[in-house]
Write a protein that binds this ligand. Structure first.
Ligand code: GUN
Length: 281
């Protein structure tokens, strides 16, 4: 049976240390989250982010807008937050409604407050092999988890299923930085199982229940980023956990794997931006 990559346990360990560190601060960091609309999943994620932040001494505020909000209003708010010295980190929860350009909204966040690492400045730094202010949260969380279990990436074939800006693309660069050989697959990839069969490490961020045991090489490491609800309301990932865990060497559960690590990375990034802003004074 595969070793479980326990994101919940690692989250508790990292956040306990962060909490102690933040207790010593005179001024606390402030994470500002912008939430547009009332998508239940986004509302839950944002609530969890705020709660986790406050549990470790990071101040957090959620600024909510109806889904009818105009793009200009959001842009004005972000300009205001960029200038506000009390705000350490800005997160615009995605997805945004269709009438708002997420590229435009993200691009005006100050790179020094861009806690997701999604602005063209930070993304460009990552892709050019230079240092961004912070790295995107989900890929960071995945690497923290692999490191915790001493899973080395050097020379390993990593297959990432999903090419999103949130997970697949930045993770590919971060894994290249660790000297992995990286293949990105997506919805147009032909012969997906032939490729996944060659993976030493498989990361699935497809948002669909697609990874079966027969698609994998015995002994591979499986990281499941997917999270969806089935018709009975049960949460599951992209991977057939029951059967895949019989042949993988390591596997992340859903829930309790990558999800808690994304929040952990968000807290680490908030702190990193806060500490960086003090250096700039
Ligand atoms: N929606 C789903 N994941 C994320 C994330 O990591 N950051 C933001 N801003 N929105 C998301």
């Amino acid at each position: 049976m595969a070793i479980i990559l326990d994101g919940k346990k690692l989250k508790e360990k990292i956040l306990e240390n962060l909490k102690i560190k933040i207790e010593g601060f005179e001024k606390k960091p402030l994470l500002t989250v912008i939430l547009v609309g009332n998508d239940p999943a986004s509302m839950l994620y944002v609530k969890n982010k705020k709660m986790t932040a406050e549990n470790i001494g990071i101040n957090s505020e959620i600024i909510r807008y109806p889904s009818s909000v105009l793009e200009d209003e959001l842009l004005r708010k972000i300009h205001e937050l960029n200038k506000d010295d009390n705000v350490s980190a800005i997160l615009v929860q995605l997805p945004l409604p269709k009438h708002i350009s997420k590229e435009k909204v993200i691009s005006i966040i100050s790179p020094q407050k861009d806690v997701d690492g999604f602005t063209p400045y930070n993304f460009g730094k990552l892709f050019s092999g230079d240092e961004p202010f912070v790295y995107p949260c989900t890929p960071t969380g995945i690497l923290l988890l692999l490191d915790e279990y001493n899973i080395d990436l050097e020379g390993k074939h990593t297959v990432i299923v999903g090419r999103s800006n949130i997970v697949g693309k930045p993770l590919s660069q971060m894994m290249l930085n660790r000297n992995a050989t990286v293949t990105i697959c997506h919805s147009h990839t032909k012969n997906l199982p032939e490729i996944t069969k060659t993976a030493d490490i498989l990361v699935s961020a497809a948002g669909k229940n697609i990874i079966e045991e027969k698609m994998l090489k015995p002994g591979c490491v499986v990281v499941d980023v997917g999270i969806s609800k089935d018709s009975t309301g049960r949460i599951h990932g992209d991977v057939d956990f029951e059967n895949v865990s019989k042949i993988a060497s390591h596997i992340t559960p859903v829930p309790g794997g990558v999800g808690p690590m994304t929040i952990t990375a968000l807290m680490l990034n908030t702190l990193a931006l806060f500490e960086n802003s003090k250096k700039c004074l």
